[in-house]
Ligand binder design. Sequence first.
Ligand code: HEM
Length: 416
Amino acid sequence: NVNPMPREEGLDHTLSLAREGYLYIPNRRHSFNSDIFETRLLGKKAICMGGTEAAELFYDEEKFMRQGAAPNRALQTLFGAKGVQTLDGPEHKRRKEMFMSLMSRERIEELIHLIRKEWESEVSKWEGMDQVILYKEVQEILCRAACQWAGVPIQENDIKERTKEFGSLFESVAAIGPNHWLGRAARNNVEKWIGELIEEVRNHNLKPLENTALHAFSWHRDLAGNLLDTEVVAVEVVNIIRPIIAISIFINFTALAIHQYPDKKAKIQSSDEKYTEMFVQEVRRFYPFFPFIAAKVKKDFIWKGYKFDVDTLTLLDLYGTNHDPTLWDNPGLFNPERFSKWKGGPFSFIPQGGGDYLTGHRCAGEWITVEVMKAVVDQLINKMEYRVPEQDVSFSLVSMPSIPASKFVINHVKRK
Ligand code: HEM
């Protein structure tokens, strides 16, 4: 029994998507009273869906594929060409193992140690500053720590410029015009720089530590037993450093939440680490980051009476699933306590994708992200004092990625 999907009338809705941003899919799920609907994007029929069941379907490898799903402009800035995001099946699994091999508890602890060290030396600098734009300063901390963690040598003189370049990879993702071109230029520069380092590793002129990304990826072999092309290794090393720097966005929201919810801050101070983790999880659920992710229908199939045609672009609603009133009580309320009774599950809390890490595309850096955010909560609350001057901390649910307007300014910084 095949039924027509609820369908948005009209020739094309790419502009509505740009105009409504994070709320484009949730708004229509609400008005159609359906977790799935058909629309037209980039001149073609597309399917949008959200909620637990839709997420589970989206991660079914038999039904969806990633090859050809990401729009070109995202490949040119955010992702890079031929990276793990674009692979399917055994090839993807092999490449994903390469990423997950870096995610041991010990390696994550090393990264946290590097970040704390950099953070503490920055606090000394902040003590002497009239005002600190947290977003910008944190990006430099993360850039230093991420490069070191990845085995990528970087000169202190280059930190500012490289930080900007990595930043523009994720800040330009939805941009059109000049910012899109800035993002593309930044990707070319960064990939060229990392590419030269990979050549040096392969010529044995540069010897990064063994379990760093630069070492592991330079010597990684694909299913056929071959080393990856230099360009591809560069894309994957950038796939480690760029998103670590992007945690700055969640860190800005973390600082904002600490400021806006003083009762939660007090609870962090009086509770154990478990509450800090709940707080961090709520930051990841509540604030906007990735609105949705894209795949293509792999072969024709029918689900709940709806027909999916091969090659149809399909978007999974991440933001809307994290705010789905059938999954979360009062989703618009910032409430870390909700995680004390949260039952878990791979398809309902999906700020960094859902499903399985190895066999699916779920974010390779989710554990890192949570640990970095927990360490930052500790630094902000227990290791330093600061004031938050009057400023515009509003953030948009339209522009992607969403960042508080002031980029979070603090002053009167003092070490505790
Ligand atoms: C994939 C979000 C941090 C590495 C993803 C995906 C999302 C995401 C939504 C796509 C999932 C899918 O397509 O099914 C985020 C957010 C982060 C973050 C919001 C916070 C800053 C990180 C970090 C790393 C990382 C710190 C690495 C150190 C990756 C990689 C993939 C990925 C390699 C591709 C996985 C694959 O295609 O199999 N991330 N991520 N991410 N992320 Fe993250």
